[in-house]
Design a protein around this ligand. Structure first.
Ligand code: ARG
Length: 271
């Protein structure tokens, strides 16, 4: 409360009706929007995000089946197993790279020639896959994957062209947001034991919701800075109950768990 108001209240004992009116007004009148309690989540537009700048996340890939991905090497895209149909030759996927605006005339568009789905993927856990592009792309930074759990905590960046609200449309412009780590025990409780803790890592504002990945962001990376200040991929967008709902964090494939398998698969695909 501002000082002059306090002073007025202290000196206003001579005007009891005026004091009563002010106190009543404080209870009856709605508070102006800016005076409402502070919200820890950033503003509206991924859910609860903002538009990414051109070149900010050069490794972001949009896949034509409606998923995201991250550039792992000049011709391999790391995505989610649930975004692809299985392992084998596949020329049916188009990757769009190098732009935040999917309709930009500078977009790089490359077809796939092979898909590698995590062996043993059955709809639960192991939600990762590699898509090999028919041509190497140049001039775009790749996103290194985390090989240990050292970065599996803290604040993560999420990004994608998916819905900005549950059941909302896909986006033309790349969105970004940040979400805090949620530990396995808390996340497993939230999902009544459906988490596979070794395979999955959770993130989100548990009590308030409001910021999350959503449909169409799947396969895209969740990433943070490593000890050298470089981006490193710690998660792959996998699933959640709705989007950005309080009590339900986003669930991501835990990249550190699969890093060796991803590297081995990448080698078998030619790098
Ligand atoms: N399965 C969704 C997709 O295919 C991603 C859902 C992520 N949901 C969430 N609440 N974080 O795009």
């Amino acid at each position: 409360m501002q000082t002059h108001v306090l002073k007025w209240l202290l000196t206003a004992w001579k005007r009891p009706m005026a004091v009563l009116a002010v106190v009543l007004a404080a209870f009856i009148l709605p508070a102006p929007a800016h005076a409402q309690s502070a919200d820890p989540t950033p503003g509206p537009a991924v859910v609860g995000g903002t538009r990414a700048a051109q070149g900010e996340f050069p490794f972001m890939v949009r896949l034509s089946m409606g998923c995201g991905g991250a550039l792992y090497s000049s011709d391999l895209v790391l995505t989610a197993a649930h975004c692809v149909d299985g392992t084998g030759s596949n020329t049916g996927i188009t990757a769009t790279l190098g732009v935040v605006d999917l309709q930009s005339s500078s977009a790089i568009k490359v077809k796939s020639n092979y898909v590698y789905q995590a062996p043993g993927y059955d709809g639960y856990g192991k939600d990762w896959a590699l898509i090999r592009l028919s041509q190497k792309v140049t001039g775009l930074a790749t996103l290194p994957i985390a090989h240990s759990t050292a970065y599996d905590s803290g604040t993560f960046t999420i990004s994608g062209w998916g819905s900005t609200y549950e059941n909302g449309p896909q986006q033309r412009y790349l969105q970004k947001a940040t979400v805090p780590y949620v530990d396995d025990a808390t996340c497993n409780d939230a999902y009544s034991g459906d988490l596979i803790p070794s395979d999955e890592i959770c993130a989100g504002y548990l009590s308030t919701g409001g910021v999350d990945t959503c449909q169409g962001d799947s396969g895209g990376p969740m990433f943070r800075k490593d000890g050298n200040g470089a981006w490193i991929e710690v998660g792959i967008v996998s699933w959640g109950n709705g989007c950005a709902e309080p009590g339900y964090p986003g669930v991501y494939s835990q990249v550190s768990t699969f890093a060796s398998a991803i590297d081995a698969a990448a080698s078998s695909l030619g790098g």
